[in-house]
Design a binder for this molecule. Sequence first.
Ligand code: TYD
Length: 137
Amino acid sequence: MKPHPQLINLPKYCDPRGNLSVLENGANLPFVINRAYWIYDVPSGRNRYGHAFRSQHELIIALSGSFDIVVHDGHATQRYRMDRANVGLYIPPLTWREMDNFSTNSVALVVASESYRPDDYIEEFDTYLSIINPDKQ
Ligand code: TYD
């Protein structure tokens, strides 16, 4: 069965020096990390246009500030408010996702299962729907 997007609670170690959270292959992730990138200095009111990946898994964390992730699995849409550095949204392959409502100084960390491959991107929502629901075409 196709996995669903889901929030994953990460460990949070709190002490008087501050908090620490961790991602570790084989411990708290449904895939193995191959790449990390981060999105920052997003101008107020801008959104990151939607796309889906054919085979890449990813997890997105609001390391600082907040933003929304809107996911569509071919049937339903769900909006997640990301505002805690110890919670990640797992996004399986073939999930359409957009990001908006970035707060000032927000930082989105994305860890991904694969190296950057433009041919893994599905850039058009109609193309995405035809892949996910081939019988409806
Ligand atoms: P893009 O995939 O459009 O960002 P988003 O995930 O928000 O849609 O990437 C923006 C630019 O960064 C684009 O020119 C490609 C480049 N890029 C890389 O070179 N390597 C990467 O791992 C990523 C994610 C992007």
